[in-house]
Ligand binder design. Structure first.
Ligand SMILES: NC(=O)c1ccc[n+]([C@@H]2O[C@H](COP(=O)([O-])OP(=O)(O)OC[C@H]3O[C@@H](n4cnc5c(N)ncnc54)[C@H](OP(=O)(O)O)[C@@H]3O)[C@@H](O)[C@H]2O)c1
Length: 345
């Protein structure tokens, strides 16, 4: 078993890491780290566990330690679920101390020598680790996931991009409250309400989509416009997507490309890889957030309402994915599995 530390283990994403790694065939959580508020307490006390499965007994008894390489000793991989303003320097300290860090934070996502992996799409970008080690003179590495809404979006975009080309695309999101961390948005702000603004989200969706769908060194050239909105659902980001394609794209042919789409995680049979990264439904009123977010154990994007777009000339559809699983910890665990089989750990 490989030993894993979770930084920010008490937060929303940190708890999902702990949950997904319980009974994982390759990784075992041996260290949990968080802020001064939690340090020195048991994980069971400090986490205020909010998941529907019980807190794993062994982890509940662990003492929460500092988020420093001195306190986190003797692990093979570090999963980071820290806020971005904290993650930047801390993740660099871990990489400099020789650790491989798989991060959910945005701090290093757009660094040119940091792979931002949504591994069905751009696992080849892992080659940037060599460049990173040379540039930064460290033996460890930082690998990130994309932002949650981008992770969900890029899975169905990839087969469209490969088969039909993309000239431009527009996306309008309906994002769950858990995307804002814990305690997140005040209940009096979000119950009976939609907030048409999520700080920093729109530029992230635009630049991250281009980085993931590009080569390791060149972003994809198509234009992306996003509008991001917080809605009163708990988990699951729903997105209305409008794509202008290079070539004529019939909705049935697009659906076929999506359904046949697999990446390296599927061919390598990684433990967290969903059988189908993209699941297409033809039900007229699906996907729905509450009913469909757990498709593929929360690791698939569900696409529905696939139809011709009369304005852009390509297709439009609804995409749904689980923001704290596929959009965060689940993608992190999948990246960890990929790094293991590629001998980076
Ligand atoms: N939620 C999502 O859907 C989602 C999706 C993709 C990416 N992300 C990213 O994942 C990261 C974590 O998000 P989250 O939603 O889990 O946030 P969260 O619920 O607010 O959790 C934050 C975690 O970081 C710890 N922390 C906060 N400040 C710290 C400090 N100064 N020093 C040490 N530890 C500190 C907290 O520890 P205490 O409990 O001790 O305070 C907690 O464990 C963020 O970068 C976020 O942008 C989130």
């Amino acid at each position: 078993m490989l030993k894993a530390a979770v930084l920010g283990a008490t937060g929303n994403v940190g708890q999902i890491f702990v949950q997904l790694l319980e009974n994982h065939p390759w990784f075992e959580v041996t260290t949990v780290a968080a802020s001064e508020r939690s340090k020195g307490r048991t994980y069971g006390e400090a986490s205020r566990w909010r998941q529907t499965t019980p807190v794993p007994e062994a982890v509940a008894q662990m003492e929460v330690v500092d988020i420093s390489p001195k306190a986190v000793k003797n692990v093979d991989i570090v999963f980071s679920a820290l806020p971005s303003n904290v993650a930047g320097k801390v993740e660099e300290d871990f990489a400099a101390a020789g650790y491989v860090v798989v991060s959910n934070a945005s701090a290093h996502r757009m660094d040119p020598d940091v792979p931002m992996l949504n591994p069905e799409i751009n696992s080849s970008h892992v080659c940037l680790i060599e460049q990173q080690r040379k540039n930064r003179k460290w033996d460890g590495a930082i690998v990130t996931n994309p932002n949650c809404s981008t992770t969900v979006l890029t899975l169905p975009l990839k087969p469209i991009y490969d088969k039909f080309g993309i000239k431009s695309m527009i996306v309008s999101t309906m994002q769950a409250i858990s995307g804002a961390g814990y305690p997140g948005v005040a209940s009096l702000d979000i119950v009976d309400n939609v907030i048409p603004y999520i700080g920093g989200e729109e530029p992230k969706m635009e630049s991250e989509t281009q980085k993931i769908l590009g080569t390791a060194t060149e972003p994809a050239p198509f234009k992306v416009s996003s509008s991001c909105h917080r809605v009163p659902t708990i988990d699951g980001h729903l997105e209305a997507v409008f794509v202008e394609t290079e070539q004529e794209a019939d909705p049935k042919a697009v659906a076929k490309a999506m359904e046949n789409f697999v990446g390296e995680p599927q061919t390598l049979k990684l433990p967290s890889a969903p059988e189908k990264p993209v699941v297409v439904t033809w039900e007229p009123d699906r996907p729905q957030t509450r009913l469909d977010r757990m498709e593929g154990n929360g690791m698939s994007t569900v696409v529905g309402r696939l139809r011709k777009d009369p304005v852009l000339g390509g297709v439009k559809f609804i995409a749904l994915g689980h923001n704290t699983i596929r959009g965060a910890a689940g993608c992190g665990v999948l990246n960890g599995e990929y790094l293991k089989v590629k001998n980076y750990l």
